[in-house]
Each structure stands twice: as structure tokens, then as C-alpha cells.
Design a protein around this ligand. Structure first.
Ligand code: 5GP
Length: 211
């Protein structure tokens, strides 16, 4: 059987759902299977973030030039900053057979699904709203104003969860990593993702009946 093409995966979740930590762990354990897309953003780096690692940090002018030059697959505004996915890396990694993860918010996720209907959409939540608030405060990297904006954005995003394919509840890091990986592994066996294998099998069978 031939190895099938990489799957485009979109992971969304409320700010504070822990999706960044889960993705770091996924990349640590399964770097041969997945490629994590690095987005461009106009938001300022948080302490400990490095340009080209968590994000490509851009000015508004630079970001708008990327839009004009058609370098982004999608982009969106989130709490007064631009965020977008550079096209070249995603295409290259999918062609190399890797499952490519986009960790993006809901507007971008829906744009991607419209352009590429084969995309698998995953939504991550913490176990409760209370826990979400505690994580945002505990992170200690945002002002109370920004935390409030992120919580009200979460209320809007919660309206769109039904548009996703899978819900992953992030209670325990290790369990969450395993759930993510097993959902994606199973997705590769979906009949609609194996058309080439099926065609090959059919032509081989047809060759038997000819002889
Ligand atoms: P943060 O500022 O917490 O790193 O990210 C804020 C939100 O922007 C998160 O929901 C994150 O998933 C989303 N995001 C990050 N990169 C992109 C992107 O390239 N496109 C879109 N549409 N959203 C993104």
C-alpha cells in the first residue's frame, strides 16, 4: 500500500486552552509525522518568545505587504492584531507527506475549510470555563484588559464549535497528546483519503481477470 498524502490539520481552541503546550509535546514526540506551521503576527512577542520559533513577528506594514503579495493562505484579525499563515511552508510539507498543523483561530479555520474541504478541524478546550480563566491569569503574560478581551472572544468562538470535526478536552497533557495523535492516525484510514490505494488495488484485480 502506498503512503497517502499529508493531512492539513487545523487546531483551534480558546486562548488558554493549552493548545500551544500540547503542540510542543506533539512535535517533541512525533516530529517525523507532523510539521507545525509558524504564523506571522503583528502582536508583540511575549517574554521567552523568539522570532521564527513561535511566530514571525511583523509590523503592520510588513504584514499588509504579505497580504498584497499573496503570501498567506489565510489571515484574520484577533483582538486588534493580524495573524496569518504563510503559504509556502504548508504546501512544501504536505507534498513531503507530513500532516501539517495550523494552530489558528476560528475565522481562519473556516476560511481554510472552505478553500480545502479535506482539512480536519479540531477544537481544544480546557475542562471548564473556570479553569480557562485561571490559566489565563496564571500565565501572567497579559494585562487584565487583554484577558477580558480574550474571554469575551472565547464566548464568540464557543458559538462555532459545531463546525469542527473533533473536540479534545485538555485536562491531562499526556492524554491530550495521545488523543490528538490517535484521531489523526485514524483519519488516514478514511476511505476518501485512500483513493489512490483503492485505484491501484482495482487495476491489479482487473489485470488478474484479463489473464
Ligand atoms: P496568541 O496571541 O495567544 O498567540 O494567539 C491568538 C489567537 O490567534 C489564537 O487563537 C491562535 O490560534 C490564533 N492564531 C495564531 N496564528 C494564526 C494564524 O496564522 N491565522 C489565524 N487566523 N489565527 C492565528
Amino acid at each position: 500500500m502506498q503512503k497517502n498524502k499529508g493531512i492539513l490539520l487545523v487546531l483551534s481552541g480558546f486562548s488558554g486552552s493549552g493548545k500551544g503546550t500540547v503542540m510542543k509535546e506533539i512535535m517533541k514526540q512525533y516530529s517525523d509525522r507532523y510539521a507545525l506551521s509558524i504564523s506571522a503576527t503583528t502582536r508583540a512577542p511575549r517574554p521567552g518568545e523568539t522570532d521564527g520559533v513561535e511566530y514571525f513577528f511583523k509590523t503592520r506594514e510588513e504584514f499588509e505587504a504579505m497580504i498584497a503579495n499573496n503570501e498567506l493562505i489565510e489571515y484574520a484579525q484577533y483582538v486588534s492584531n493580524y495573524y496569518g499563515t504563510p503559504k509556502a511552508y504548508v504546501e512544501e510539507q504536505l507534498n513531503a507527506g507530513k500532516d501539517v498543523i495550523l494552530e489558528i483561530e476560528i475565522q481562519g479555520a473556516l476560511k481554510i475549510k472552505e478553500k480545502f474541504p479535506d482539512t480536519l478541524l479540531l477544537f481544544m478546550t480546557p475542562p471548564s470555563a473556570e479553569e480557562l480563566k485561571n490559566r489565563l491569569i496564571g500565565r501572567g503574560t497579559e494585562t487584565m484588559d487583554v484577558i477580558e478581551s480574550r474571554l469575551s472572544r472565547a464566548v464568540q468562538e464557543a458559538e462555532g464549535i459545531e463546525k469542527y470535526d473533533y473536540l479534545i478536552i485538555n485536562d491531562d497533557l499526556e492524554e491530550c497528546v495521545e488523543q490528538f495523535h490517535s484521531i489523526v492516525t485514524n483519519e488516514h484510514y478514511r476511505v476518501s483519503r485512500n483513493e489512490e490505494n483503492i485505484d491501484n488495488m482495482r487495476s491489479q484485480l482487473a489485470a488478474f481477470t484479463k489473464n
